[in-house]
Design a protein around this ligand. Structure first.
Ligand SMILES: O=C(O)c1ccc(O)c(O)c1
Ligand SMILES: [Mg+2]
Length: 629
């Protein structure tokens, strides 16, 4: 599969953009005219720079307001085209994108436009160049690819073809099946972009909110399946106008872009096995069966504080690693690993981030396949030297430079605790608290990382996203995006912080990066759990009594229930599927905390309660700027 991206999609100058595009593994690049115009080097030098990066110029664009012009504008437009043909030949590309005319001066009429294109085709043919016509969704007369195709068909010239751009077709909800009958040799290139569904002016939507296929809400896969049905096997080229991407890291955005295309190609191939589109072979998306473990890195001296907290939560020290300073705490099906080893990645992670949940292991159907797929999608493989007797566990780098391990039940990885650990007898006081599993893992990141990790998880794992929810923090908005699978064995909530004053923002600033900020454990009986926790000496996060008055009024709760909730500081929510109960720990370290939940059919994550628990959690934070005691 040949992949390309338009320079307009990335931040930086042309040189920085090309470096990022090449590094991310693209084969080609669309040169956006403005990127060239503001750059100081000649067309020839730019062409050489592109080729020195091992890239091909897929096209030069855009050429605007061409077809249907009355004289004298018409002659000027042809002169302008000749000048751009000169430039293209110097630069070394044979294709130019002409987008449909938006000028108020433009005259309509398919035949008039077709005649103009025929003449342009004649001129292009003299120089061995090609012209691709694209319908802008807001074009003055042509805003539908079916009309653009009709013009190309009537122009009837081998050097004139069609350019399809998923955004223009899908934003206008045009039936993609109309693409299936277009001869593949008349499709000069495919441009791809997705976008979140927002009700707004098409031009504004297109110029500011496009994102990578799979990051938005448009049916880009349906569009690509229709394209593949034509037999098209050429370039897939991203053209992403996005304010955030223009200000982001060019390499990070380019890596996301390439991942989005490979994932899209993989989906097309699975849906249409006979498609001519060449796509890299990789195992299918991995089925997650559960969370195998969460691993904390912490300094020896700080470990007792974390271990006491885990003890109060009802965890027992269950096993000790045979060769490393690593202890396993277990309760129900939950495995928490506390790593105080100064060697290796855990040690360096501690040095960078401080005490943190830096790694997680997921149980998948086949761990080697999960690794192969993740790597095929551009994830960075993680490896470190093994001690004698240790099992090699497939892993990639995850959020905030942390580690995502893959385990499965079929291989030795399913017996990791027996193979690498010695059992321990925990004689500490305290009782189990009925925690049975990890309900969800909450990862905090900068807002502009949300789409990256959304695409990362959904492309590797059999999982889907749910709509973004705004979480109101007293100091700002945090956007929350969930990735989950059908049976709830994978639930990741990602919180994107826009400023450092929010609880999430504070966490990122003080731990020097994104990461797991909280873990939610599942209980089948929150009141029994609350009681056991209290007996263990656990202090739950105190929730304002005002919350309970409001709660009773909102849901019409039985006052007895309200009283029980209030006594134990339990938060409550309800959706059309059932009820939800939440109990929080105060913050530990720089804003890390635990949550305990009971779901009685409820499917969400208690977003309505977030403001209350955030306000309460903030009271435990060290004021910003003060040294640690
Ligand atoms: O927004 C635009 O003007 C514009 C230009 C060229 C394109 O290929 C496109 O999709 C949009
Ligand atoms: Mg386009």
């Amino acid at each position: 599969m040949k992949t390309s991206i338009a320079t307009v999609s990335l931040s930086g100058d042309l040189k920085q953009k090309l470096e990022a595009i090449a590094k991310a593994g693209f084969d080609g690049v669309e040169i956006f005219e403005n990127d060239f115009l503001i750059f100081d080097e000649s067309p020839k030098q730019v062409g050489n720079m592109v080729r020195d990066h091992g890239l091909e110029i897929t096209l030069f664009q855009p050429f605007r307001d061409f077809e249907g012009m009355p004289e004298p504008l018409r002659s000027r437009t042809f002169d302008r085209a000749e000048r751009k043909f000169d430039l293209m030949q110097e630069m070394g590309t044979d294709l130019v994108l002409v987008c449909s005319n938006v000028s108020p001066a433009a005259l309509g009429g398919l035949d008039r436009a077709a005649a103009d294109f025929h003449e342009l085709g004649e001129r292009a043919a003299k120089r061995n160049l090609r012209v691709g016509y694209e319908a802008l969704a807001w074009g003055r007369h042509i805003n539908d690819h079916r009309d653009a195709w009709e013009i190309v068909r009537r122009a009837d010239h081998p050097n004139i073809g069609l350019i399809l751009d998923s955004f223009h077709t899908l934003s206008r909800k045009i039936d993609v099946n109309s693409i299936r009958s277009i001869p593949k040799e008349k499709i000069f290139i495919i441009q791809l972009a997705d976008a979140p569904l927002i009700d707004m002016d098409l031009l504004y939507w297109s110029r500011h909110f496009r994102n990578m296929p799979g990051e938005g809400d448009l049916p880009v896969l349906d569009f690509m399946k229709a394209v593949a049905a034509t037999g098209y096997d050429g370039y897939l080229s991203l053209e992403i106008f996005n304010d955030q991407f223009r200000g982001g890291s060019p390499i990070a955005i380019a890596v996301d872009g390439r991942r989005s295309l490979i994932y899209l190609g993989d989906q097309v191939k699975r849906a249409e096995p006979d498609a001519a589109l060449p796509v890299p072979q990789m195992p299918p998306r991995s089925t997650v069966e559960g969370v195998a473990f969460i691993e904390f890195t912490v300094e020896e001296a700080e470990a007792p504080q974390l271990e006491t907290l885990l003890g109060n939560l009802g965890f027992r020290k269950t096993a000790r690693h045979k060769t490393k300073n690593v202890t396993l705490f277990r309760q129900g099906g939950i495995n928490l690993v506390v790593n105080t080893d100064e060697r290796g990645f855990a040690g360096s992670s501690y040095l960078v981030h401080g005490a943190s949940a830096y790694a997680m292991g997921l149980v998948v159907d086949n761990a080697r396949d999960a690794l192969a797929r993740a790597v095929a999608l551009g994830a960075e493989r993680f490896e470190q030297p093994l001690d004698a007797g240790e099992i090699e566990m497939p892993a990639v780098r995850g959020i905030g430079g942390g580690v995502l391990y893959f385990l499965d039940r079929a291989s030795d990885l399913g017996r990791i605790w027996e193979i690498e650990f010695d059992p321990l007898i925990d004689d500490a006081p305290g009782q189990a608290a009925g925690l049975v599993a990890i309900d969800h893992i909450a990862q905090t990141m900068r807002y502009d990382e949300l789409l990256t990790w959304l695409l990362f998880y959904t492309s590797i794992f059999e999982a889907h996203k749910t709509p973004v929810v705004d979480i109101i923090d007293p100091s700002g908005i945090v956007r929350s995006q969930v990735v989950e699978n059908a049976d709830g064995s994978l639930r990741i909530t990602m919180n994107g912080a826009e400023n450092r004053n929010t609880l999430a923002g504070h966490f990122i600033a003080e731990t020097f990066g994104s990461g797991i900020q909280h873990l939610a454990f599942e209980t089948k009986d929150i009141f029994a759990t609350a009681q056991a926790l209290a007996a263990n000496g656990f202090t739950a996060l105190h929730i304002s009594p005002n919350y309970y008055d409001d709660l009773e009024a909102r849901f019409g709760l039985d006052p007895h229930l309200t009283e029980r909730l209030k006594t134990s500081n339990i938060l409550y929510d309800r959706d059309e599927h059932g009820e939800y109960f939440q109990l929080y720990s105060p913050t530990y370290g720089e804003g890390f905390f635990f949550e305990i939940v009971e779901r009685r059919g409820y499917r969400g994550y208690g977003a309505a309660n977030a403001i209350f628990r955030i306000a309460a959690l903030r009271k435990h934070l060290r004021p910003a700027g003060l040294p640690k005691e």
